[in-house]
Design a protein around this ligand. Sequence first.
Ligand code: SAM
Length: 276
Amino acid sequence: MNVWLSEEHTAGYAVHWRLRDIIHVEQTPYQELAIVDTHEWGRALILDSIVQTTEVDEFIYHEMIAHVPMMVHPNPVKVLIIGGGDGGTLREVLKYDSVDRVDLVEIDKQVIEACRKYLPTISAGFSDDRANIIIQDGLKYVKEAECKYDVVIIDSSDPVGPAVELFSAEFYRDIYELLHEDGIMTVQAESPAFYGDVFARVYHNMNTIFPRAGVYLACVPSYVSGFWAFGIASKQYHPERAAAGRKPVTGLRYYTTDIHQAAFVLPPFVQKLLER
Ligand code: SAM
């Protein structure tokens, strides 16, 4: 089959993926959803023609968005994930025995249904009894929720459509209120090389609200430019290293406590984006 997915980022830049198979396509109330089988990257979730996750490299993104905050907090018990409908972040958070409940708030139930059916290794956590799935706009949820969390993870798609406000200062302020006095938030912060403005805005918005804010990097080959950033904001703990005595769960393929610290070392051009 000589069929290619063209992931167009700008008028002058596109990434092409050769497909083995188009497994599933549907239009949801929020986006066009597809599950495809690629030649080199295994199956992938595509939303509005943008790759969200692939079976081959998803571990890098999901381990780094989840284990950094989970290791900074000395005893995470209640966790909130906004977005994350593929289930990869949920799977990682559920690896901690200390966790007794994870609320996952996804706006589009069809993303969860498709990932449960076609991406079972990524979505395995949905069948865990500690996972509580809420189909709702994350913006509304954080305004109305009454429970408090130790860790909140914003695993959103790019800032278009319903995800735009998930990058706003007002949203981070609502999350600040939902966190315990020693709570921590991480967010996917786009590519500093390609979406420098969004990346800088995430940092500045976090920095105006939380006493401690930082960014860290990982290489996620299937995301545009491959160079990916995460924002982390903390009420109390220093985010740049794991809490004293914490040992990572076994079986991880990217995260180690050394990688954790190294990920906060920023090249000068990235540092400069934060100084704006
Ligand atoms: N890891 C991926 C990435 O960086 O491309 C994104 C993971 S996940 C598929 C993103 C999810 O966020 C999507 O399923 C989308 O439906 C959901 N989402 C977007 N806006 C949302 C909102 N306002 N509230 C809750 N979920 C939202």
